[in-house]
Write a protein of this length. Sequence first.
Length: 612
Amino acid sequence: MSDVIGYKIGDNIVDLQTIEAKNIDTSNATPIYFDDSEDALEIIRHSAAHLMAQAIKELYPDAKFYVGPTIENGFYYDLKTSEPISDKDLKNIEKKMKALAKKKFDITRYEITKDEAIEKFKDDELKQEVLKMIPGDTVSIYKQGDFEDLCRGPHVPNTKYLQNVKLQKVAGAYLGGDSSKEMLTRIYGTAFATKDALQKYLKMLEEAQKRDHRKLGTELELWMFDEEIGAGMPIWLPKGALLRGNLEKLLYSAHIRREYDPVRGPELLRSHMWKISGHYYNYKENMYFTEIEHDDPNKPAEEYGIKPMNCLAHVKIFGHKTRSYKELPLRFFEFGTVHRHEKSGVLHGLLRVREFTQDDAHIFCRPDQIEEEVIKVLDFVDSIMQRFGFEYEMEISTRPEKSIGSDEIWEKATNALKAALNKLGREYGIDEGGGAFYGPKIDIKITDAIGRKWQCGTIQVDFNLPERFDISYIDENNERKRPVMIHRAIIGSFERFIAILTEHYAGEFPTFIAPIKAIFVPIGEKHIDYAKEIQKELLENDLKTEIYASNDSLNKRIRNAEKQRVGYVVIIGDEEVENGTVAIRDRRKREQYKMTKGEFVEMIKKLSEVKL
């Protein structure tokens, strides 16, 4: 058994230094072992950030430090030095960190009053900024060797536990995230308990770099971005539009067969609507607004909001006529394009954009139908994830601080989601305070081919919007009753999901969604007509292929075809024309074989006829 480096007390991780200083009883606490959990990594990475700061302070004596938190898969520290630090300096900093770790400094903790801290760090403007953010009258300081810093912990007890650290990159970050303040240097790193775990993670990063959807999107000519058009606005090239279209057709058919009705709402809605819904007051910073002149020149222009979500039009569709309880549940779906304001610093290929299209749906049902409808959505989720080969997990996100509606409504909605998951026997986590402002949700998190987790779809139970827009149905006693609204998106957005698919498959899309099903490479000019004949037969079934018949050498055309990562490169020569066959290079199976033209066409058709 490895060493204990802390304890889990409720939801809090507490290090040994704090336990000793405050004489905390650990009889009912859960021990955290050095190499045994994510909680241990939290302690290790927090400590590695301080080790990095200690190394930087020795190499750059005038260095000043702001904050150094842990993040997913690592840590960072914001700092400033008179001598700039770049990526090429990380190796030297890392070397110094390893030397310090080997000195086995004890990491100790002590407390002083905030006034004492203000005096202690009077010459450090960054520490003064940190002190402004710390509540209460006392602060804690962690010390190792000659280095000490304001910190609430947790930390390992000794630097000997910090042998497996890797610094990754240097970036810029505004002080406190405020663009009006000075730019600091931010250094990112990661740390693990064991060398094997670190090497495995670094290998995954190397593989992720090869699979980067931004790189593959360019190489395969799927999409592009153009600063003249605007940041965060993807442009779909022909192959990318085919890929997206294939995914849309697959999902459209799946919705129809599950008794969803297609609808479409406008891109612009009067701000009056967003005020009723609560978006104007709770989500305004994420929205774009414009004005439209009134027909009457004596009246002022009216403000409109570009929709960040599709739900309001769906509420209006439900409410545009009297509904009977016998009609419920009503399931409306829309592949709706929305716009959300994202800061330029967080834009990231297709994963984070300002314009995207959701596989959005809203289910209007009676309260007694919630559990059954959520279970049906979960079944839908499972069919999609299995088809694309994703493992996934789920998490219930509860009421955030900024929200609308009563405690009673929130509790009722949250319990409905838990009941559905419990009935299916599905394990789930809890994300306290992670819900939407109008209701709790189930978040669907998938794991890709190299072990990374991605947030995709959500299922949200909402009692608030039906109340705010006063929609109702007539029950069996001829009385008006309020429906429940279930918001649901399974893949999240087409942009994000396609980015994830691109990296998951490393650009080698399965035939059922691949934009190009095969590439024909005729050996000579006389073989082109035969290739076109097969191509036309596949086109009659909406299946796109390409013919590489340029003046390049045969080998170069084959290489270029294989670089496109299509499933099948089809070579056509005299023998194939004479015998009505094709010679196939199967990229997925890494095999070469022959079959008749008819067999090949039927194979591609069958592989493309997937249903969800």
